[in-house]
Write a protein that binds this ligand. Sequence first.
Ligand code: HEC
Ligand code: HEC
Length: 295
Amino acid sequence: MIGLLFVAFLAFGAYIANENNRAEAAREAQEDLKAHRGATLYVNNCRTCHGMEGKGTEGGAIAPALNRTSFRVVEKGDKQYVQTPEGEATALKSFLFNTIACGRTNTAMPTWSEKHGGPLSDTQINYLVLLITQGRWDLVTEIGHEHDAPLTDAERAAILVKDPAALSLTAKNCGQFNPLSAKEFYERDALKPLGADSAGAQATATPKGAPSGPTVQGVAVGDFYQKTCATCHGNKRQGIVGPALTPAKLTNTDDFYFNTIKNGRPGTAMPAWGAAGLKDDDIKALVTFIKTVEP
Ligand code: HEC
Ligand code: HEC
């Protein structure tokens, strides 16, 4: 009798375990489907500016990279990495959701939410968020190559300069971030290998001594440039999407460049850094830096 019970118990246990596996498989299939939908939306709406595989300006596109590992969320049960704490995952997802939904005033990033006159529903925006947080750029490549070839240089240039109105530049501020308020999301250490010694992981984060020389927001001006401007102007200030920023190239007045940095260039990818939170003194330090310091 006890033996029988035991067998029944084992069989039941096996059934439960199998049920869990099936639920897990079903969940994965669901997520895959959603990421697939996100990838299709990306190919049709986003890659013109953010690049074929989300590589952004690094891949020659006009907008920042979206394939950053700091935009990744690690789900429960991942076999390689430590799960992202729930609060952190929620904050990141709402940052991405709001940015896509609202766009960024005074930059080329359009408003996508149909609530604000754009073409996409909340559900569709969530598919895009899933694509980015799961880093499913493999799907984008797959679907993109089925679709057609990437943009030619001429087509890309046309996006940048012609008819900014066609980019539906947003005038509404619906919970927008800017490159400064978004900073915490660029610096996340998202992929922590399982079993890694957490003390070791912390060691890299020890702050350096206070910087000497001119600073912007408490950071040495050169470091600030690398973190904030280099995506578009190049890490050697050689110019990528934005023009080269070297003393030889910058022949206009200080005021001219001060105004450009403070107010941005509406209709281009150059953000308005005054609105983003840079103080006049910060901007002056940047102008002096790009006009007088050789890269
Ligand atoms: C017309 C060009 C253009 C298109 C199309 C476009 N974007 Fe953007 N996007 C930009 C620019 C430029 C920025 C940077 C804005 C800034 O400097 O604050 C940006 C920023 C972003 C950011 C914030 C990234 C960061 O580093 O802060 C996300 C997320 C984003 N876009 C997602 C999307 C998605 C998803 C789509 C497609 C539905 C899309 N974008 C389509 C131009 C574009
Ligand atoms: C998302 C891309 C992007 C980022 C980030 C960016 N820029 Fe720009 N920037 C541009 C583009 C594009 C232009 C050219 C605009 C035009 O066509 O008039 C530009 C133009 C400029 C110019 C004018 C140069 C000239 O010769 O007229 C200056 C100065 C400048 N940026 C400084 C900065 C600084 C400083 C930062 C960082 C705080 C920064 N930019 C960050 C895209 C960017």
